[in-house]
Design a protein around this ligand. Structure first.
Ligand SMILES: [Zn+2]
Length: 358
């Protein structure tokens, strides 16, 4: 590092609370009066039903777009062209991570501000400044694209999120838990000044995320709306604090083993793994990551039992990948390449890690 850098951490405005979706029309009016709203086939009509009347009363023109194909660069380009023709002034992304990632690229291409409305805790993509993109035809992992600047506004409605499917809670909780073992990624020493200030910030934040979620995650999963404070804090942790950790670690490091398994799975087995959510594949990766790190057995068992209680996949075949020698070799080679694993010891630990999920 030469002492210069650009940090893109956090969002301009993060609005959260019960019924906060009712503030969407006013939030849109901060940026313009014509909105391009993109969302999933269940989440877009859901949000539309909640705000349509107010939109009309406030004379906000809206183009509604259902996201019905993979989030590819090609799709983002077509949306940007349409938004230009329609003279849209602001983009609103509603739903999950793929929609958020698509709209971040769309927003940069169109030069328009972006509001995100995450409808579950399964993604920190609504508040992070990077997009993971897939190929148009097969939905195969394609590339990751940094955003020009931070997202303008995030609206996290606790009523909508509180009623989202349990499976999305499990997925989001494990994706955030992954941060700590991933930041450690086999390292023995995590103190400053032995590690960079970026790494240290990511490390201290992810320790709290891990502690909070291992202590409270299951409780929220079982009954999200029973304890409003816990739900609120889990939303803040998953949707904004986790994205800050990603922001701090993106400038300083390569991928780790758990997300390496995710990328490899989506790269080589896009069809087979279609039924598995991002956080579900990452969760299987956490089991690998913890073995790779040499974490204490008790800690490993704690995470494994938490996953089982949340009905999560724990093996490759559970995420659609047959654990044949050839398939495992592909995922292994990819992880070695992405993580720059060269030392004999590290290779041995990676093999042990794969044993866990076969
Ligand atoms: Zn993730």
């Amino acid at each position: 590092m030469d002492g210069t850098g650009i940090l893109k951490i956090g969002v301009s405005r993060f609005l959260y609370g019960k019924g906060v979706i009712q503030q969407l029309p006013d939030e849109i009016l901060r940026y313009g009066s014509k909105a391009f709203m993109v969302g999933g086939k269940t989440t877009l009509p859901l949000v539309r039903g909640l705000v349509d009347t107010q939109m009309r009363e406030k004379k906000i023109a809206v183009v509604w777009v259902i996201m019905d194909e993979p989030n590819s660069v090609d799709f983002a380009k077509r949306l940007a062209a349409d938004a230009g023709k329609e003279k849209a002034e602001v983009i609103v992304a509603i739903g999950g991570g793929k929609c958020m990632d698509l709209c971040k690229v769309f927003s940069d291409l169109a030069g328009l501000p972006l509001i995100t409305v995450p409808t579950s805790v399964a993604t920190c993509a609504g508040a992070s400044a990077v997009s993971i993109m897939y190929t148009k035809e097969e939905g195969r992992y394609d590339c990751s694209i940094p955003k020009e600047k931070e997202v303008d506004s995030v609206l996290a409605d606790l009523d909508i999120i509180g009623k989202s499917p349990k499976r999305l809670f499990a997925s989001g909780i494990m994706d955030s838990i992954a941060k700590l073992p991933e930041i450690v990624n086999g390292r023995k020493e995590m103190d400053y000044p032995e590690v960079t200030i970026y790494k240290y910030m990511a490390y201290t934040n992810s320790r709290f995320i891990y502690k909070f979620l291992t202590e409270n995650g299951l409780k929220v999963y079982q009954n999200p709306e029973a304890d409003e404070r816990l739900l609120t804090d889990l939303v803040l942790i998953n949707l904004i604090i986790t994205s800050m950790v990603s922001g701090f670690s993106s400038g300083s490091d390569q991928l780790a083993v758990a997300h390496g398994l995710y990328d490899g799975t989506r790269m080589f087995f896009p069809e087979e793994s279609k039924g598995a959510l991002h956080g579900e594949i990452v969760a299987v990766g956490i089991l690998m990551q913890m073995r790779f790190n040499g974490d204490p057995e008790e800690e490993y068992q704690n995470i494994l039992s938490m996953m089982k209680e949340m009905n999560m996949p724990t093996k490759l075949k559970d995420i659609g990948v047959e654990p044949t020698e050839g398939n495992v070799a592909k995922l292994r080679e990819y992880n070695i390449m992405k993580n720059n694993i060269v030392h004999e010891d590290d290779l041995k630990r990676l093999n042990l890690a794969f044993q866990e999920i076969i």
